[in-house]
Design a protein around this ligand. Sequence first.
Ligand code: T4K
Length: 372
Amino acid sequence: MRIMGQEIFVTRPSLPPFEEYAAMLRPLWESRWLTNMGTYHDQLERELKDYLQVPELSLFCNGHLALEGALQIAGLSGEVITTPYTFASTVHAIVRQGLTPVLCDVKPEDGTLDETQLESLITERTSAIVPVHVYGHCCNVEAIGSIAEKYGLKVIYDAAHAFGVTLGGRGIGTFGDMSMFSFHATKIFNTVEGGAVAFHNPALRTKFRAIKNFGIQDEETITEIGGNAKLNELQAAMGLCNLRYVDRDIARSRVLSERYHERLSCVSGIRFFTPRADAAPNYAYMPVCIEPETFGADRDAVQAALREHGVYLRKYFYPIVSEYACYRQRFAGCCLPQAERLSRQVLTLPIYADLELQDVDRICDLILQVAH
Ligand code: T4K
């Protein structure tokens, strides 16, 4: 049990035993091969491909640049439909690739893109859909896939939160044309900073390898307009170590998630999301909706009250993207009632492998005190 007063954040990175990571560094000191797709980089690509059950995978230095890389390689133009209920990265990646984001509202039950609204947003300029498996909740990939096929659109999933998630026994990264995963320190699996794109077409393998390294094919051949987005050997070593423990971490987070449900699911005014029953989740996020009319206090009051006790809950995702200062004008007039409502009600509670059950109980006690 933690000492009272010690801070608890929404997440805490998993780290392997120090000696295990240190041992991985020795060959790097000896070879002096530190980056530009070294041995660990290629080994991690192979191991992640197996773990995520995807046909092809390319590592990047972070999830954001992986998403930008996927959008670039997909050869898109014009409009791209995505959701406003996400981290800044999703829409920024679309805009930074010279594309026009079009926002689709989300479903209140899981926060993912509302596929029933998709067709009304498709125009002759639409080239792709970028749905987000927000909190690791799987989108309606079947409906999205058939709409995309009907209109000849690419589907690139933002699967930043969905590491290790399976749907109907299939790796979540096998749906759509490509999926981006994030391996940021705050994710269930981390390489400190890092990310990857999973894809189907083996012909894209060399393109992905080139665009993260200035478009270089060989010393004298530059085939793509690429930047520098390589995962280095120290990060890859961290990934190789952490991958050995990720199943344990997911199992541990499951226990914590069950405890939150046990303690809070019958409380009036606290609503849990209902992700798809055919998905195996990763328990990386613990979002709840605080419905002020029935709970007796609003989300911000709960956040402030727990902060007084050193527990830092996060409002992932508030504000929604259309309300950002940099996008307000662009999206003025967009009607996104479900995303707005969720963003006013959601709190993400702490969940990570070395959080203790007593901490979960204390957090639940503190939340319940706010209601009374
Ligand atoms: N798409 C989606 C849907 C995403 O959510 C993200 C990233 C991306 C794309 C882009 O992927 P990356 O390029 O990041 O790979 C955090 C993460 O930085 C970000 O990766 C993540 N989503 C987002 C949801 O959360 P912040 O601004 O909330 O981070 P920060 O620094 O406030 O950290 C959150 C908490 O984690 C802290 O209160 C304490 C703890 N923490 C954090 C760090 C960095 C630690 O204990 N140790 C640490 O080293 O964005």
